[in-house]
Ligand binder design. Structure first.
Ligand code: AMP
Length: 279
């Protein structure tokens, strides 16, 4: 079975040996409750690196909602079994006190790209992400870090963080893995009732249709309004945002010569879902 490390000291002992042997280390940061989306990242790392570490840490600092933190699914034993099938070389699963010991007082904040969309709806979320990702890179001595496009804004925040701080880590953004009906895989999907799960594919279908219509020349506002209406008609209780943005800066963009991304967040059956697609 894959070794599960709980302390930074144990992790460092292991990775220092790998580094001394000149091995390249790939790191896949996760919050556990693993699914095929996470495993696709680990498999990509496996193919590109000598050593692969998957971190499992439900980072309290990136939860702006205490109830969401409490209810976040945890399944370490099952996660370890899935990771053994990849396989990965180590699992780093520290307790919160190991990551944030008494007296911890640093905050990493990436301005600009982390402010709109998720940053606006979830104040403090990206500071929590940027802080923990910086720490995980420092702890694991990562050469390459693997992140999913499912969390597109997070991927842009991490890219900016690495550039701005000259971190010696290459960030690899991986395709979103979806259920056969189009729903993006997410650890939070297990919270959907069977009834809500049946309606959930409308999310991806609606933003896909909007992206297609915009590409075909329809106005952004009209296409987005239709997508929001389709979602409400399917029983989504709240559409938080559907936005067309510059894919990198995440600023509003009507420049179709640059890569653009449609990003959306909505509530269904008490569960908050996010997704995004290129336009
Ligand atoms: P999480 O455990 O939700 O923090 O996700 C850990 C990593 O897995 C992040 O980089 C996510 O973007 C990525 N991820 C989550 N869901 C998917 C998915 N469906 N496809 C690809 N990557 C994903």
């Amino acid at each position: 079975m894959t070794p599960i490390l709980r302390t930074v000291a144990d992790l460092r002992t292991l990775v220092r040996g790998w580094k001394a042997a000149g091995e390249m280390i790939g790191v896949v940061p996760t919050m556990g409750a693993l699914h095929d989306g996470h495993l696709s990242l680990a498999r990509r790392a496996r193919g590109e690196c000598d050593r692969v570490i998957t971190t499992i840490f439900v980072n309290p600092r990136q939860f702006n909602n205490p109830e969401d933190l409490k209810r976040y699914p945890r399944s370490e034993a099952a996660d370890a079994t899935l990771l053994a099938s990849v396989p990965v070389d180590a699992i780093f699963a520290p307790e919160p006190e190991e990551v944030y010991p008494e007296g911890f007082s640093t905050n990493v904040s990436v301005s600009g790209v982390s402010e709109p969309l998720e940053g606006k709806m979830r104040p403090g979320h990206f500071d929590g992400v940027a802080t923990v990702v910086s720490k995980l890179f420092g702890m694991t001595l990562a050469d390459r870090g693997y992140f999913g496009q499912k969390d597109w804004q997070q991927l842009q925040v991490v890219q900016k963080l690495v550039r701005d701080l000259n971190l010696a880590v290459t960030i690899v953004g991986c395709e979103t893995i979806r259920e056969p009906d189009g729903l993006a895989m997410s650890s939070r999907n297990v919270r959907l009732s069977a009834e809500a799960r049946g309606r959930a594919p409308v999310f991806f279908a609606a933003i896909s249709a909007a992206a297609r219509d915009i590409r075909a020349g329809q106005s952004d506002r009209m296409a987005i309004r239709e997508a929001a209406e389709a979602m409400r008609a399917a029983g989504f209780e709240r559409v938080e945002y559907i936005e067309l943005r510059d894919a990198e800066s995440l600023l509003p963009s009507d420049d179709s010569s640059r890569p653009r991304r449609m990003l959306a967040a909505a509530w269904l059956g008490g569960v908050r879902l996010i997704d995004n697609i290129p336009v």
